[in-house]
Write a protein that binds this ligand. Structure first.
Ligand SMILES: C[S@@+](CC[C@H](N)C(=O)[O-])C[C@H]1O[C@@H](n2cnc3c(N)ncnc32)[C@H](O)[C@@H]1O
Length: 438
């Protein structure tokens, strides 16, 4: 019987790619992907290796195109010792192994490249560090595999929990207290053994905790959680936004106002991030008489803009609109703020409505504001300040606005999610006065 020739390297690699993990393979990292993974080109295609840098020789274990780092054999001069003891395992941070200058240049280039691909030529300004005292909100996970309880963050690209005693990138106070709170809540709800996601926000009056993943509570659980909130001195405790107990209103300072956002609603990740974004927004709007703040949340921009301008705030979450209205009424000396709960994806402000404003601020979720940008592109509004947490949708929406006659004057990256690939960006767009048609 004729023996078949030995498989080529590519065939072996392809076979391994399909069927079994490869352990102990050495590769060279060529570049970084948008999520900060190092990318090595192999015979079976690109392989993504987290926590590696271009030029490094590393040994990996891989399953298809995804790999885990076993060791760095030859390190890049841009490699830094991570300051967090959990970094190697934890999926929360992706870039602590990069030297600061390298990290900044890499992040800035992701934005610049995305804009170039959308044929937007405006130069990107230097990135502003807005980490400040750290994240004011963290989400910890509680899982009940087997008979045990695990509390921590998810491991990178996995549902495995990495137990942590503290999170060094959270605000002082929150960094050690968050795992204590999550564990205590897990202990109280462990009877149901449901996976829990516990969002903890550091507010002016204490920790505001929203628990996701648990179904409706039994009366006995409810009572025991009220007792726990007392013992942990929480300001508020809610399950899926349903408030179990509010011992003190969990207030957040927004400019001169104090806001109590609805449980579990959106909040900028760091105080300095919010202040930095808001200061660019208010500076660009200057003394504009009427400003529309679209996707306004509980009003971090509206409440600051109202020191000089009348503001119409629009957002789909009715709770956020109520919180903003209440804060406005309790703050003396502000110009008028009106609020409107409206789904801006399905019902964007229409061009004739937009034409009543001297400036429009946009701050949509990651999906962007395509429908709203199209209405703006046809409007006469002289100034649009576009705030975004997603470079790709920012580029898409900006291209819509520039094709409608806006000039993109400035692009400012704001690094609120330090140690991650996420980046905030502010675009300032103006159009010259549109002559009235006869
Ligand atoms: C990135 S956040 C910005 C919020 C606010 N500007 C801030 O800085 O806190 C986006 C906001 O858009 C709201 N949102 C999401 N989808 C929406 C929709 N379809 N229509 C209107 N608002 C929406 C969210 O509730 C959230 O408050």
């Amino acid at each position: 019987m004729a023996s078949s020739p030995p498989p080529s390297r590519a065939e072996t690699a392809t076979a391994n790619f399909c069927w079994e993990p490869i352990v102990g393979e050495q590769v060279i990292i060529e570049r970084l992907g948008a999520k900060a993974d190092g990318i090595a080109e192999t015979a079976s295609g690109p392989v993504f290796v987290p926590k590696t840098l271009p030029g490094e020789t590393v040994t990996i274990e891989r399953d298809g195109s995804r790999a885990d780092l076993i060791r760095v054999d030859a390190a890049s001069p841009e490699r830094e010792t991570p300051f967090c003891p959990y970094f190697d395992e934890c999926g929360g941070c992706a870039t602590q192994h990069m030297k600061h200058g390298f990290y900044q240049a890499w992040k800035q280039e992701i934005l610049a490249r995305t804009l170039r691909q959308a044929r937007i030529e405006t130069p990107v300004e230097p990135m502003i560090d807005a980490h400040g005292d750290g994240r004011r909100r963290v989400t910890l996970h509680v899982r009940f595999p087997d008979r045990s309880m695990h509390v921590g963050y998810m491991a990178a690209r996995s549902h495995r929990i990495v137990a942590i005693a503290f999170c060094p990138i959270a605000e002082p106070g929150l960094k050690e207290q968050a795992p204590v709170i999550a564990r205590a809540i897990g202990e109280h709800l462990k009877g149901a053994r449901k996976p829990l996601d516990i969002q903890i926000t550091n507010t002016r009056t204490g920790f505001d905790v929203d628990v996701r993943g648990h179904g409706p509570l039994k009366d006995s659980d409810r009572l025991s959680l009220i007792g726990l909130a007392e013992r942990l001195d929480l300001s508020r405790l809610s399950i899926h936004g349903d408030v179990i107990v509010e011992r003190r209103p969990p207030a957040i300072a927004m400019g001169r106002a104090s806001v109590v956002p609805p449980a579990g609603s959106f909040l900028q990740a760091t105080r300095l991030g919010e202040e930095t974004l808001a200061s660019f927004v208010t500076e660009a709007c200057g003394r504009a008489k009427r400003v529309a703040d679209l996707f306004s949340g509980s009003g971090p921009f509206a409440l600051r803009l109202a020191e000089k301008s009348e503001v119409h705030a629009v957002e789909h979450d009715q709770g956020s609109m109520t919180a903003l209205d209440k804060a406005f009424r309790a703050t003396p000396g502000l110009r008028r703020i009106t609020t409107e709960a409206r789904d801006l994806f399905r019902r964007p402000l229409l061009t004739p409505e937009l034409n009543a404003f001297d400036a429009v601020v946009l701050d949509p979720p990651r999906a962007g504001a395509e429908a709203q940008a199209k209405q703006l592109a046809a409007s006469k509004v002289p100034l649009v300040v576009s705030v975004s947490c997603d470079a790709a949708t920012f580029a898409r929406d900006t291209a819509i606005l520039t094709s409608g006659g806006y000039r993109l004057e400035r692009v400012i990256p704001v690094d609120q999610f330090k140690h991650s690939p996420h980046l905030e960006v502010i675009g300032i767009l103006r159009r010259d006065a549109v002559k009235k048609r006869r």
